[in-house]
Design a protein around this ligand. Structure first.
Ligand code: SF4
Length: 335
């Protein structure tokens, strides 16, 4: 199978006219300046040289702000930088992230001309009240219209979502995930909302008007949402914010469920729920669980959480990788 790489290029949108309550965009992307042509070319070349596998497909991804919100000449400038790489067959296509209300036929024509293959929309929520309370500046209806247009024009589409925004509930997050699936997204990213320094959420948090999800809640919600995407074969490209420098050092993060291994924590929880029933109605002392090799670490759990849970019931617990087992099914041997 071909290995898929995305070379990220961050283009912060310095003059974003919106004020989404969770965003201090330049801080989230961990970057303070707009890269120039040479820098972008070097980034692409540097990544291409570092790829170990020859059987690969590489894309360039323009992330950071709302790409189609910047002036059209700038969009063409950035997209133009990648064209020689596509002509030489080094890069297969371009992906970019933007807002649903920055999509129309004219914009899509430009993106098509420059061989953009995937458009990721920050849907964030499909609940009108959550969008309103988050000052997102667009409606769920606009996300639906943009999604339709993107697919009609032959692009691959990603729809990103956030959990724990103002007014959000578990039910609303689940129905956002379901709507993302229904709208035909090929991929998604799930971001638990966190409080970043200098954002409106920061102020609301200090004034007691907003409480982010606890780590436990964010994990529980995500553990319910992830299987929905998996069943619908919507690829989950990321779970949890990227640990940019500011977030890691704690200077930018004020509060909220940020963890470098957030995805692992959510997958640990999914397995915890799967394995929990083994601790009931059983006289056995020794447990062996056979798991697909891909799932082994998640089944054992982050910091061996699930093994510890089982060890409260059994004297001995072993996890064994079994290539014939697929997905999240498992077999047990009890003695
Ligand atoms: S999330 Fe996007 S649209 Fe909203 S303020 Fe930040 S950069 Fe602007």
């Amino acid at each position: 199978m071909l290995k898929h790489y995305t070379i990220p290029v961050f283009i912060p949108e310095l003059a974003c006219p919106f004020q989404c309550v969770f965003c201090n965009q330049r801080k989230i992307s961990g970057q303070q300046h707009i890269p120039g042509k040479k820098e972008i070319e070097q980034t692409i070349t540097g990544h291409l040289k570092s790829f170990k596998r020859a059987d690969r497909v590489a894309e360039v991804g323009f992330f950071g702000g709302s790409f189609t919100g910047i002036p059209i000449e700038q969009q063409e400038h950035y997209l133009g930088i990648v064209q020689p790489f596509i002509d030489r067959g080094e890069i297969k296509g371009i992906r970019l992230s933007t807002r649903p209300d920055y999509i129309n036929e004219k914009i899509l024509d430009v993106l098509k001309k420059y061989r953009v293959s995937t458009i990721e929309l920050g849907a964030q929520s499909m609940d009108e009240e959550v969008l309103k309370k988050s000052f997102r500046g667009h409606t769920a209806k606009q996300t639906e219209q943009a999604a339709k247009l993107i697919l009609e024009n032959g692009f691959k589409m990603g729809l990103q979502m956030m959990v724990g925004l103002p007014g959000d509930t578990l039910e609303k997050s689940i129905s956002t995930a379901q709507r993302i699936i229904e709208l035909g997204a090929a991929n998604t990213r799930i971001y638990p909302a966190v409080v970043i320094k200098g954002t409106a959420l920061h102020k609301w948090y200090e004034d007691g008007k907003y409480t982010p999800l606890s780590m436990e809640e964010a994990i529980q919600w995500t553990a319910q949402i992830l299987p929905l995407f998996e069943e619908a074969e919507v690829k989950v490209l990321r779970v949890g914010l990227h640990p940019s420098e500011g977030l890691l050092s704690g200077h930018e993060l004020v509060a909220g469920p940020f963890h470098q291994s957030f995805k692992e924590l959510a997958l640990t929880e999914i397995w915890n729920q799967q394995l929990q029933p083994l601790t009931e109605n059983n006289e056995a002392k020794k447990l062996t669980v056979f798991i697909s090799p891909k799932e082994l670490n998640y089944a054992i759990g982050y910091e061996a959480k699930n093994r510890e849970m089982l060890l409260k019931k059994f004297d001995s617990v072993s996890f064994v990788a079994q290539p014939s087992i697929i997905g999240r099914s498992f077999e047990t041997l009890l003695s």
